[in-house]
Design a protein around this ligand. Structure first.
Ligand SMILES: [Zn+2]
Length: 297
């Protein structure tokens, strides 16, 4: 008797299993290049994704050196996401060494990028996510990528993308109102590297930094001297360090100009779960509050 019940139980659960998979049982094994993007993919994919970030919390996405474990992680992924615009200069090499055959979804596709001159070359600023308006474009690309890989769960994915887009619109409005409330001539700050350009452009803030759009390069003594002059001339009062790179240079520049510390910004890496910026939404709001406090003094 006992045996029959057991078999009966198996049949029941097998039938339930079939029904569930027809509705929504797929979980994609997803890799994202860095924590900020990984969080947004999680928001859009919900229960249908298991996301792993290659660069960890507080890590530097520019200077990342993938390990053999990262290669294994990528090889095993159903789908990979990068932001693009030259941010993940290490990705192609990693994909090759991993034997990863897929094509990563480029989340920043369609975003109007900032171009700038650096050492006589035109470079694209990859830090698009520091404008919440740009992350709405990320969401749309992530939504398309996930649905292509998991069409059965399209409705769920669409619903979470729409819900998160609304949250991003609120964050965008929050930044406009907080930064916009500071006197115009005070809306300028000094940061370690040029990661806040899209933030500045969208919310009306001038940014200065001793490094360019990547932390990989070093600033020359002449560049630093020029920057110090500019900071004094433009009366920049606040400087920020960044959680994901060395603060010594920006501190040195600030000391030479009398700029006051504004705190720490999370420009391209989330904090640990117990830090102030464990999700993109929290990171963005935290940065807005830090900057608004410093420029309102
Ligand atoms: Zn950067």
């Amino acid at each position: 008797m006992k045996g029959t019940t057991f078999i009966g139980g198996l049949i029941v659960s097998a039938t339930l299993g079939l029904t569930a998979s027809a509705a929504s049982a797929k979980t994609l094994n997803v890799v994202a290049s860095f924590t900020v993007l990984a969080d947004v993919v999680k928001e859009v994919g919900g229960d249908h994704v298991q996301v792993k970030s290659l660069v960890g919390p507080n890590g530097d996405v520019h200077e990342f050196e993938p390990s053999p474990d990262d290669a294994k992680t990528l090889k095993a992924a159903d789908l990979a996401f990068v932001s693009g615009d030259g941010l993940e200069s290490w990705f192609e090499k990693l994909a090759k060494s991993a034997g990863y055959k897929g094509k990563p979804v480029v989340a920043s596709e369609g975003i109007k990028t900032r171009k700038m001159e650096e050492d006589g070359k035109t470079v694209t600023d990859p830090h698009v996510w520091n404008s919440a308006a740009n992350v709405i474009v990320w969401v749309s690309n992530i939504e398309k990528g996930l649905i292509a890989a998991d069409p059965e769960d399209a409705e769920d994915i669409k619903a979470s993308a729409a819900k998160y887009t609304k949250e991003l619109q609120d964050l965008d409005a929050y930044a406009h109102s907080k930064i916009g409330a500071a006197p115009k001539d005070k809306r300028k700050i000094l940061t370690s590297h040029d990661a806040f350009g899209y933030f500045g452009k969208e919310y009306g803030l001038a940014l200065l930094s001793p490094l360019g759009v990547s932390t990989e390069k070093e600033a020359s003594a002449a560049d630093v001297a020029k920057l110090i002059d500019q900071i004094k001339k433009e009366k920049v009062k606040a400087y920020f360090i960044e959680n994901s790179n060395d603060p010594r240079l920006v501190k040195q520049v600030a000391d030479a100009t009398g700029a006051e510390p504004g705190g720490e910004l999370y420009v391209e890496s989330l904090s640990d779960a117990d830090g102030p910026a464990p999700t993109y939404a929290k990171m963005f709001r935290y940065n807005v509050d830090q900057v608004a406090a410093a420029i309102s003094k």
